[in-house]
Write a protein that binds this ligand. Structure first.
Ligand code: ATP
Length: 404
Protein backbone atom coordinates (compact mmCIF):
# COMPACT_ATOMS: atom_id res chain seq x y z
CA UNK A 1 0.00 0.00 0.00
CA UNK A 2 1.41 3.38 -0.95
CA UNK A 3 0.20 5.37 2.04
CA UNK A 4 0.06 4.18 5.63
CA UNK A 5 -0.47 6.68 8.43
CA UNK A 6 2.39 5.44 10.57
CA UNK A 7 4.85 5.89 7.70
CA UNK A 8 3.91 9.45 7.05
CA UNK A 9 4.43 12.79 8.68
CA UNK A 10 2.03 15.67 8.90
CA UNK A 11 2.78 18.64 6.70
CA UNK A 12 4.23 21.75 8.31
CA UNK A 13 1.47 23.67 6.53
CA UNK A 14 -1.72 21.79 7.31
CA UNK A 15 -4.31 24.24 5.99
CA UNK A 16 -6.74 21.53 4.98
CA UNK A 17 -10.42 22.00 5.53
CA UNK A 18 -10.83 18.45 6.85
CA UNK A 19 -8.38 15.65 7.45
CA UNK A 20 -4.62 15.78 7.18
CA UNK A 21 -2.19 15.18 4.36
CA UNK A 22 0.67 12.77 4.88
CA UNK A 23 3.91 12.26 3.06
CA UNK A 24 6.76 9.81 3.41
CA UNK A 25 9.77 11.77 4.66
CA UNK A 26 12.17 9.30 3.00
CA UNK A 27 10.66 9.94 -0.36
CA UNK A 28 12.12 9.22 -3.76
CA UNK A 29 10.59 9.09 -7.21
CA UNK A 30 8.62 5.84 -7.05
CA UNK A 31 4.89 5.45 -7.39
CA UNK A 32 4.75 4.38 -3.74
CA UNK A 33 5.51 7.92 -2.76
CA UNK A 34 2.18 9.58 -3.35
CA UNK A 35 0.81 12.34 -1.18
CA UNK A 36 -2.09 10.95 0.79
CA UNK A 37 -4.90 12.29 2.84
CA UNK A 38 -5.89 10.69 6.11
CA UNK A 39 -9.37 11.28 7.37
CA UNK A 40 -11.39 9.25 9.89
CA UNK A 41 -9.09 6.28 9.60
CA UNK A 42 -9.18 6.14 5.81
CA UNK A 43 -6.06 6.88 3.80
CA UNK A 44 -6.51 8.08 0.25
CA UNK A 45 -4.01 9.51 -2.22
CA UNK A 46 -4.37 13.19 -3.14
CA UNK A 47 -5.13 13.22 -6.85
CA UNK A 48 -5.46 16.96 -7.51
CA UNK A 49 -5.28 20.33 -5.79
CA UNK A 50 -7.20 23.42 -6.88
CA UNK A 51 -6.27 26.95 -5.83
CA UNK A 52 -7.67 30.29 -6.81
CA UNK A 53 -6.16 33.77 -6.90
CA UNK A 54 -7.71 37.20 -7.38
CA UNK A 55 -7.42 39.99 -9.94
CA UNK A 56 -6.06 43.34 -8.75
CA UNK A 57 -6.64 46.99 -9.35
CA UNK A 58 -4.06 49.64 -8.46
CA UNK A 59 -5.40 52.38 -6.21
CA UNK A 60 -2.17 54.31 -6.72
CA UNK A 61 0.33 53.54 -9.46
CA UNK A 62 3.31 55.89 -9.42
CA UNK A 63 5.86 55.06 -12.11
CA UNK A 64 9.47 56.23 -12.09
CA UNK A 65 11.66 56.73 -15.15
CA UNK A 66 12.91 53.71 -17.12
CA UNK A 67 15.94 52.12 -15.51
CA UNK A 68 18.98 50.65 -17.29
CA UNK A 69 17.61 47.09 -16.99
CA UNK A 70 14.48 48.22 -18.86
CA UNK A 71 12.14 48.10 -15.88
CA UNK A 72 10.54 51.04 -14.13
CA UNK A 73 10.49 51.45 -10.40
CA UNK A 74 6.98 51.85 -9.07
CA UNK A 75 5.21 52.69 -5.87
CA UNK A 76 1.79 51.15 -5.96
CA UNK A 77 -1.17 50.36 -3.77
CA UNK A 78 -2.56 47.02 -4.84
CA UNK A 79 -6.13 46.02 -4.06
CA UNK A 80 -7.35 42.46 -4.68
CA UNK A 81 -10.90 42.13 -6.00
CA UNK A 82 -13.37 39.25 -6.11
CA UNK A 83 -12.65 38.07 -9.64
CA UNK A 84 -10.72 34.82 -9.49
CA UNK A 85 -8.84 32.48 -11.80
CA UNK A 86 -8.69 28.86 -10.70
CA UNK A 87 -5.71 26.56 -11.18
CA UNK A 88 -5.85 22.77 -10.71
CA UNK A 89 -2.67 20.67 -10.63
CA UNK A 90 -2.42 16.91 -10.68
CA UNK A 91 0.22 14.25 -11.28
CA UNK A 92 0.39 13.03 -14.89
CA UNK A 93 2.58 11.07 -17.27
CA UNK A 94 3.85 14.29 -18.85
CA UNK A 95 3.66 18.03 -18.33
CA UNK A 96 0.70 19.84 -19.85
CA UNK A 97 -1.13 23.17 -19.60
CA UNK A 98 -4.79 23.47 -20.57
CA UNK A 99 -6.59 26.80 -20.38
CA UNK A 100 -10.32 27.35 -20.51
CA UNK A 101 -12.57 30.38 -20.02
CA UNK A 102 -12.11 34.11 -20.58
CA UNK A 103 -9.46 34.80 -23.25
CA UNK A 104 -8.14 31.22 -23.16
CA UNK A 105 -7.11 31.35 -26.83
CA UNK A 106 -4.60 34.14 -26.22
CA UNK A 107 -2.81 32.44 -23.33
CA UNK A 108 0.24 30.28 -24.06
CA UNK A 109 -0.31 26.59 -23.28
CA UNK A 110 3.36 25.72 -22.88
CA UNK A 111 6.21 26.29 -20.46
CA UNK A 112 6.02 30.07 -21.00
CA UNK A 113 2.66 30.15 -19.26
CA UNK A 114 3.16 32.01 -16.00
CA UNK A 115 1.62 29.15 -14.02
CA UNK A 116 4.08 26.69 -15.60
CA UNK A 117 6.93 29.10 -14.92
CA UNK A 118 5.85 29.30 -11.30
CA UNK A 119 5.85 25.50 -11.01
CA UNK A 120 9.33 25.35 -12.59
CA UNK A 121 10.59 27.96 -10.12
CA UNK A 122 9.15 25.99 -7.21
CA UNK A 123 10.83 22.80 -8.41
CA UNK A 124 14.15 24.60 -8.86
CA UNK A 125 13.86 25.80 -5.31
CA UNK A 126 12.86 22.57 -3.57
CA UNK A 127 14.48 20.09 -5.96
CA UNK A 128 12.94 17.96 -8.71
CA UNK A 129 12.39 15.10 -6.23
CA UNK A 130 9.35 16.97 -4.93
CA UNK A 131 7.47 16.01 -8.07
CA UNK A 132 6.25 12.48 -7.46
CA UNK A 133 5.10 11.75 -11.00
CA UNK A 134 6.82 12.01 -14.40
CA UNK A 135 4.74 15.04 -15.30
CA UNK A 136 2.32 17.60 -13.92
CA UNK A 137 -0.97 18.61 -15.49
CA UNK A 138 -1.97 22.26 -15.01
CA UNK A 139 -5.57 23.23 -15.71
CA UNK A 140 -6.35 26.95 -15.68
CA UNK A 141 -9.91 28.19 -15.57
CA UNK A 142 -9.83 31.87 -16.43
CA UNK A 143 -12.31 34.52 -15.41
CA UNK A 144 -9.76 37.36 -15.36
CA UNK A 145 -9.41 38.81 -18.87
CA UNK A 146 -5.97 38.50 -20.49
CA UNK A 147 -3.64 41.50 -20.89
CA UNK A 148 -6.27 43.62 -19.17
CA UNK A 149 -4.24 45.32 -16.44
CA UNK A 150 -5.76 43.01 -13.84
CA UNK A 151 -2.69 40.76 -13.35
CA UNK A 152 -4.49 37.61 -14.46
CA UNK A 153 -1.30 35.79 -15.44
CA UNK A 154 0.26 36.68 -12.10
CA UNK A 155 -2.82 35.38 -10.32
CA UNK A 156 -2.41 32.07 -12.16
CA UNK A 157 1.25 31.91 -11.14
CA UNK A 158 0.37 32.61 -7.50
CA UNK A 159 -2.38 29.98 -7.55
CA UNK A 160 -0.04 27.43 -9.13
CA UNK A 161 2.58 28.04 -6.43
CA UNK A 162 0.05 27.53 -3.65
CA UNK A 163 -1.51 24.47 -5.34
CA UNK A 164 1.84 22.71 -5.91
CA UNK A 165 3.06 23.60 -2.43
CA UNK A 166 -0.01 21.68 -1.23
CA UNK A 167 0.10 18.81 -3.75
CA UNK A 168 3.75 18.07 -3.07
CA UNK A 169 3.62 19.09 0.60
CA UNK A 170 6.76 21.11 0.04
CA UNK A 171 5.84 23.17 3.07
CA UNK A 172 7.26 26.50 1.88
CA UNK A 173 6.20 29.41 4.05
CA UNK A 174 4.37 32.45 2.68
CA UNK A 175 7.67 34.37 2.83
CA UNK A 176 9.49 31.67 0.86
CA UNK A 177 6.72 31.54 -1.72
CA UNK A 178 6.82 35.34 -1.99
CA UNK A 179 10.54 35.22 -2.70
CA UNK A 180 9.94 32.75 -5.52
CA UNK A 181 7.01 34.84 -6.76
CA UNK A 182 9.17 37.94 -7.04
CA UNK A 183 11.36 36.19 -9.60
CA UNK A 184 8.39 35.19 -11.77
CA UNK A 185 6.70 38.55 -12.33
CA UNK A 186 6.07 41.92 -10.73
CA UNK A 187 2.54 41.20 -9.52
CA UNK A 188 2.89 37.54 -8.49
CA UNK A 189 3.93 38.26 -4.89
CA UNK A 190 0.83 40.40 -4.48
CA UNK A 191 -1.27 37.56 -5.91
CA UNK A 192 -0.14 35.49 -2.92
CA UNK A 193 -0.80 38.18 -0.33
CA UNK A 194 -3.99 39.76 -1.65
CA UNK A 195 -5.95 42.29 0.41
CA UNK A 196 -4.73 45.87 0.09
CA UNK A 197 -0.96 46.15 -0.02
CA UNK A 198 1.87 48.47 -0.93
CA UNK A 199 4.22 47.35 -3.70
CA UNK A 200 7.66 48.84 -4.36
CA UNK A 201 10.63 47.99 -6.55
CA UNK A 202 9.00 46.63 -9.69
CA UNK A 203 5.95 45.98 -7.51
CA UNK A 204 7.31 42.66 -6.30
CA UNK A 205 8.22 43.87 -2.79
CA UNK A 206 4.86 43.79 -1.08
CA UNK A 207 3.75 44.88 2.38
CA UNK A 208 0.15 44.54 3.57
CA UNK A 209 -1.50 47.91 4.15
CA UNK A 210 -3.90 48.95 6.86
CA UNK A 211 -7.29 49.39 5.24
CA UNK A 212 -10.82 49.27 6.56
CA UNK A 213 -14.12 48.43 4.96
CA UNK A 214 -15.28 46.74 1.80
CA UNK A 215 -15.23 48.63 -1.47
CA UNK A 216 -17.62 47.99 -4.34
CA UNK A 217 -16.21 48.26 -7.83
CA UNK A 218 -17.51 47.93 -11.33
CA UNK A 219 -14.95 46.68 -13.84
CA UNK A 220 -15.49 47.43 -17.52
CA UNK A 221 -13.68 44.94 -19.76
CA UNK A 222 -12.54 46.12 -23.18
CA UNK A 223 -12.38 44.15 -26.38
CA UNK A 224 -8.77 43.01 -26.73
CA UNK A 225 -5.89 43.66 -24.38
CA UNK A 226 -2.96 46.02 -24.04
CA UNK A 227 0.66 44.94 -23.80
CA UNK A 228 2.11 46.11 -20.50
CA UNK A 229 5.51 46.70 -22.16
CA UNK A 230 3.92 48.86 -24.86
CA UNK A 231 2.03 50.93 -22.28
CA UNK A 232 5.24 51.60 -20.33
CA UNK A 233 6.99 52.51 -23.60
CA UNK A 234 4.16 54.94 -24.45
CA UNK A 235 4.47 56.44 -20.97
CA UNK A 236 8.21 57.03 -21.55
CA UNK A 237 7.51 58.64 -24.95
CA UNK A 238 4.84 60.94 -23.54
CA UNK A 239 7.08 62.02 -20.67
CA UNK A 240 9.97 62.67 -23.02
CA UNK A 241 7.72 64.80 -25.25
CA UNK A 242 6.30 66.64 -22.24
CA UNK A 243 9.81 67.22 -20.95
CA UNK A 244 10.85 68.66 -24.30
CA UNK A 245 7.74 70.83 -24.45
CA UNK A 246 8.30 72.09 -20.91
CA UNK A 247 11.96 72.79 -21.71
CA UNK A 248 11.03 74.80 -24.80
CA UNK A 249 8.35 76.73 -22.94
CA UNK A 250 5.53 75.20 -25.01
CA UNK A 251 3.53 74.29 -21.90
CA UNK A 252 1.84 77.47 -20.66
CA UNK A 253 2.50 78.21 -17.01
CA UNK A 254 -0.59 77.43 -14.95
CA UNK A 255 -2.10 75.21 -17.62
CA UNK A 256 -1.75 72.32 -15.15
CA UNK A 257 -4.39 73.72 -12.81
CA UNK A 258 -7.34 73.84 -15.17
CA UNK A 259 -8.89 70.52 -16.03
CA UNK A 260 -12.19 70.01 -17.77
CA UNK A 261 -14.64 67.56 -16.27
CA UNK A 262 -13.88 65.11 -19.05
CA UNK A 263 -10.16 65.35 -18.39
CA UNK A 264 -10.73 64.88 -14.69
CA UNK A 265 -12.80 61.79 -15.40
CA UNK A 266 -10.15 60.47 -17.72
CA UNK A 267 -7.61 60.57 -14.95
CA UNK A 268 -9.78 59.09 -12.23
CA UNK A 269 -11.12 62.16 -10.46
CA UNK A 270 -14.83 62.48 -9.95
CA UNK A 271 -14.81 66.27 -10.21
CA UNK A 272 -12.81 68.99 -11.95
CA UNK A 273 -9.62 69.87 -10.12
CA UNK A 274 -8.57 73.48 -9.70
CA UNK A 275 -6.59 73.56 -6.47
CA UNK A 276 -2.92 74.48 -6.55
CA UNK A 277 -0.58 71.55 -6.02
CA UNK A 278 -2.52 69.25 -8.29
CA UNK A 279 -0.25 69.92 -11.26
CA UNK A 280 1.99 66.99 -10.54
CA UNK A 281 -1.03 64.74 -10.07
CA UNK A 282 -2.46 65.93 -13.39
CA UNK A 283 0.80 65.17 -15.13
CA UNK A 284 1.10 61.80 -13.43
CA UNK A 285 -2.45 60.85 -14.28
CA UNK A 286 -1.91 61.81 -17.85
CA UNK A 287 -3.62 64.99 -18.94
CA UNK A 288 -2.16 66.03 -22.27
CA UNK A 289 -0.32 69.33 -22.00
CA UNK A 290 0.54 68.94 -18.34
CA UNK A 291 4.18 69.26 -17.34
CA UNK A 292 6.39 66.18 -17.10
CA UNK A 293 6.53 64.77 -13.59
CA UNK A 294 9.86 65.65 -11.95
CA UNK A 295 9.23 64.02 -8.60
CA UNK A 296 10.40 61.29 -6.31
CA UNK A 297 8.27 58.16 -6.18
CA UNK A 298 6.23 58.33 -3.02
CA UNK A 299 3.29 56.64 -1.42
CA UNK A 300 0.25 58.92 -1.24
CA UNK A 301 -0.30 59.25 2.49
CA UNK A 302 -3.68 60.88 1.98
CA UNK A 303 -4.83 57.81 0.09
CA UNK A 304 -3.55 55.57 2.89
CA UNK A 305 -5.44 57.63 5.47
CA UNK A 306 -8.61 57.48 3.36
CA UNK A 307 -8.26 53.70 3.10
CA UNK A 308 -8.03 53.47 6.88
CA UNK A 309 -11.29 55.41 7.12
CA UNK A 310 -13.07 52.76 5.06
CA UNK A 311 -15.05 55.52 3.35
CA UNK A 312 -15.20 55.15 -0.46
CA UNK A 313 -16.17 58.81 -0.83
CA UNK A 314 -12.81 59.75 0.67
CA UNK A 315 -10.89 57.17 -1.32
CA UNK A 316 -12.39 57.94 -4.74
CA UNK A 317 -10.80 61.34 -5.45
CA UNK A 318 -7.37 60.05 -4.44
CA UNK A 319 -7.04 57.22 -6.97
CA UNK A 320 -4.20 57.85 -9.43
CA UNK A 321 -2.51 55.94 -12.21
CA UNK A 322 0.63 57.18 -13.97
CA UNK A 323 0.00 54.77 -16.84
CA UNK A 324 -3.47 56.09 -17.56
CA UNK A 325 -2.50 58.64 -20.17
CA UNK A 326 -0.30 56.09 -21.93
CA UNK A 327 -3.14 53.55 -22.00
CA UNK A 328 -5.49 56.22 -23.38
CA UNK A 329 -2.93 57.22 -26.01
CA UNK A 330 -2.99 53.63 -27.29
CA UNK A 331 -6.75 53.19 -26.85
CA UNK A 332 -8.36 56.66 -27.15
CA UNK A 333 -11.86 55.20 -26.68
CA UNK A 334 -11.00 54.65 -23.00
CA UNK A 335 -11.52 58.37 -22.42
CA UNK A 336 -15.21 57.91 -23.24
CA UNK A 337 -15.44 54.73 -21.18
CA UNK A 338 -14.06 56.52 -18.12
CA UNK A 339 -16.25 59.58 -18.65
CA UNK A 340 -19.38 57.39 -18.89
CA UNK A 341 -18.72 56.03 -15.39
CA UNK A 342 -18.48 59.52 -13.89
CA UNK A 343 -21.60 60.61 -15.80
CA UNK A 344 -23.43 57.71 -14.20
CA UNK A 345 -22.34 58.69 -10.71
CA UNK A 346 -19.17 56.68 -10.02
CA UNK A 347 -17.09 58.12 -7.18
CA UNK A 348 -14.03 57.65 -9.39
CA UNK A 349 -13.11 56.11 -12.71
CA UNK A 350 -9.61 54.92 -13.42
CA UNK A 351 -7.72 52.68 -15.81
CA UNK A 352 -6.61 49.54 -13.96
CA UNK A 353 -2.83 49.13 -14.12
CA UNK A 354 -1.70 49.15 -17.74
CA UNK A 355 -5.31 48.84 -18.92
CA UNK A 356 -7.48 48.62 -20.87
CA UNK A 357 -9.87 47.58 -18.07
CA UNK A 358 -11.54 50.56 -16.39
CA UNK A 359 -12.42 50.41 -12.69
CA UNK A 360 -15.20 52.48 -11.16
CA UNK A 361 -15.63 52.96 -7.43
CA UNK A 362 -19.18 52.89 -6.11
CA UNK A 363 -20.66 54.03 -2.80
CA UNK A 364 -22.07 50.62 -1.89
CA UNK A 365 -23.45 47.39 -3.37
CA UNK A 366 -26.68 49.00 -4.60
CA UNK A 367 -24.85 51.83 -6.25
CA UNK A 368 -22.44 49.40 -7.91
CA UNK A 369 -25.31 47.30 -9.27
CA UNK A 370 -26.98 50.40 -10.74
CA UNK A 371 -23.68 51.63 -12.15
CA UNK A 372 -23.00 48.26 -13.77
CA UNK A 373 -26.40 48.32 -15.47
CA UNK A 374 -25.86 51.89 -16.68
CA UNK A 375 -22.39 51.17 -18.03
CA UNK A 376 -23.54 47.99 -19.75
CA UNK A 377 -26.25 50.04 -21.46
CA UNK A 378 -23.90 52.87 -22.44
CA UNK A 379 -22.12 50.73 -25.03
CA UNK A 380 -18.67 51.85 -23.93
CA UNK A 381 -17.16 48.44 -23.15
CA UNK A 382 -17.39 44.72 -23.90
CA UNK A 383 -18.81 43.64 -20.55
CA UNK A 384 -19.07 44.76 -16.94
CA UNK A 385 -18.73 42.94 -13.61
CA UNK A 386 -19.44 44.04 -10.06
CA UNK A 387 -16.69 42.98 -7.66
CA UNK A 388 -15.69 43.76 -4.10
CA UNK A 389 -12.32 44.30 -2.49
CA UNK A 390 -10.21 43.66 -0.66
CA UNK A 391 -10.22 39.86 -0.86
CA UNK A 392 -7.51 37.43 0.28
CA UNK A 393 -4.69 36.25 -1.95
CA UNK A 394 -4.13 32.81 -3.46
CA UNK A 395 -5.57 29.93 -1.48
CA UNK A 396 -6.32 26.25 -1.86
CA UNK A 397 -10.02 25.70 -2.52
CA UNK A 398 -10.19 21.92 -2.92
CA UNK A 399 -8.13 18.80 -2.55
CA UNK A 400 -9.34 15.84 -4.59
CA UNK A 401 -8.84 12.24 -3.58
CA UNK A 402 -10.79 10.76 -6.48
CA UNK A 403 -9.18 10.04 -9.87
CA UNK A 404 -9.20 13.25 -11.94
P1 ATP B 1 0.55 42.72 -16.06
O1 ATP B 1 0.55 41.86 -14.82
O2 ATP B 1 1.89 42.73 -16.77
O3 ATP B 1 -0.05 44.07 -15.85
P2 ATP B 1 -1.87 42.04 -17.41
O4 ATP B 1 -2.64 41.86 -16.18
O5 ATP B 1 -2.20 43.24 -18.22
O6 ATP B 1 -0.34 41.99 -17.14
P3 ATP B 1 -2.01 39.24 -18.08
O7 ATP B 1 -3.41 38.77 -18.18
O8 ATP B 1 -1.24 38.85 -16.88
O9 ATP B 1 -1.99 40.79 -18.35
O10 ATP B 1 -1.26 38.73 -19.40
C1 ATP B 1 -0.05 39.28 -19.86
C2 ATP B 1 0.54 38.36 -20.92
O11 ATP B 1 1.06 37.22 -20.27
C3 ATP B 1 -0.46 37.86 -21.93
O12 ATP B 1 -0.28 38.50 -23.14
C4 ATP B 1 -0.22 36.37 -22.07
O13 ATP B 1 0.21 36.01 -23.33
C5 ATP B 1 0.89 36.05 -21.06
N1 ATP B 1 0.52 34.95 -20.13
C6 ATP B 1 1.31 33.96 -19.74
N2 ATP B 1 0.67 33.15 -18.89
C7 ATP B 1 -0.55 33.64 -18.71
C8 ATP B 1 -1.67 33.23 -17.95
N3 ATP B 1 -1.64 32.15 -17.17
N4 ATP B 1 -2.76 33.99 -18.01
C9 ATP B 1 -2.78 35.10 -18.77
N5 ATP B 1 -1.77 35.50 -19.54
C10 ATP B 1 -0.65 34.80 -19.52
Amino acid sequence: MACRPRDFVTSPRAGLARGTAFRNPRRGHGSDDRVCRYHRGIVTPVTAVTARAPAKVNLQLAVGPARAHGYHDVVTVYHAVSLFDEVTVFPAERDSVVITGEGADSVPADDTNLAARAVAALLRSVGPGAKDSPGLAIRISKRIPVAAGLAGGSADAAAALVACNELWRTGLSQAELSELAAGIGSDVAFGLVGGTAIGVGRGERVTPALAAGTYHWVLAFATGGLSTAQVYAACDRIRAAQGRAAGSGLVPRGAEGSASRGEAAARGHAAPVKQPGRAARAARAGRPGAAAPPRALALDNRLMAALRSGNPTEVGPLLTNDLQQAAISLRPELRRTLAAGIEHGALAAIVSGSGPTCAYLARDARHAAALAVALAGAGVCRTVVHVVGPVPGASVTSIATEPV
